[in-house]
Design a protein around this ligand. Structure first.
Ligand SMILES: N[C@@H](CCC(=O)N[C@@H](CS)C(=O)NCC(=O)O)C(=O)O
Length: 218
């Protein structure tokens, strides 16, 4: 592997590839982007693309290359980039700071498994799947799980308004924005507003205005 980064990101906002571009921008790392179609809106499009399917047979975003390394799974990619290139711990507490590190690990995983996964299920069953494949009961189950998660986030931000990891801006905020953006902007699942979730709403207004976030979502 080369000494420095040699990063290519397969990217399509607002998919989870926004997490990777937002992180790279915050770290000020050089990287290249290859824009690809949204695999949620055009099912199978990346799986059937000969170039893309060679590196990611599941046809999912995000996928990155860094020299001879190819990776998928957004949270793993973020952890890899932080381990390799965030030597000053700008975006993640170091392992010897046990309390913020434990919070960081919990919220980073939570942002995908407890928030984004049910949100994805909800969105599929109200919008993304062909109508005949949508299931109202599944939609309701995923919606309830998403709302539970949003309440937990609201509580976390009530305790720690600057950011759920010790009040600081970290890679957790980058990861959370993927789901919170959809909950604030996508009319099919738009439940985030100032009245219902004031802390999360305030957090969203602040984080989405970061230049690195704008670059990722552009
Ligand atoms: N847990 C994976 C989820 C990846 C994922 O489902 N990505 C979506 C875009 S946000 C996708 O590519 N969907 C197309 C598909 O599943 O066929 C991650 O965090 O990277």
């Amino acid at each position: 592997m080369a000494d420095g980064p040699d990063i290519l990101v397969y990217h399509c906002p607002p998919t989870r590839s926004v997490r990777v571009v937002f992180l790279l921008e915050e770290l000020g790392l050089p990287y290249k982007v290859k824009r690809v179609p949204n695999p949620e809106e055009h099912r199978g499009v990346l799986r059937n693309d000969p170039e893309f399917s060679r590196i990611n047979p599941e046809g999912r975003l995000p996928t990155i290359k860094d020299g001879d390394i190819v990776m998928e799974e957004s949270i793993a990619i973020m952890e890899y980039l932080l381990e390799q290139y965030d030597r000053e711990h700008k975006l993640a507490p170091p392992v010897n700071q046990r309390v913020p590190r434990a919070d960081f690990l919990k919220w980073l995983t939570w942002s995908e498994t407890s928030l984004s996964v049910p949100l994805g299920g909800w969105l599929r069953h109200v919008a993304l799947l062909p109508e005949e494949e949508r299931d109202a009961k599944a939609a309701e189950m995923y919606q309830n799980a998403t709302i539970d998660a949003l309440r937990a986030l609201e509580q976390g931000l009530e305790e720690s308004p600057g950011g759920v990891v010790g009040g600081d801006f970290t890679a957790v905020d980058i990861s959370l924005l993927f789901a919170v953006y959809i909950l604030a902007e996508n009319p099919r699942v738009k439940v985030l507003n100032q009245e219902n979730y004031p802390r999360t709403y305030e957090w969203y207004q602040r984080v989405k205005e970061r230049p690195a976030a704008k670059k990722a979502y552009d």
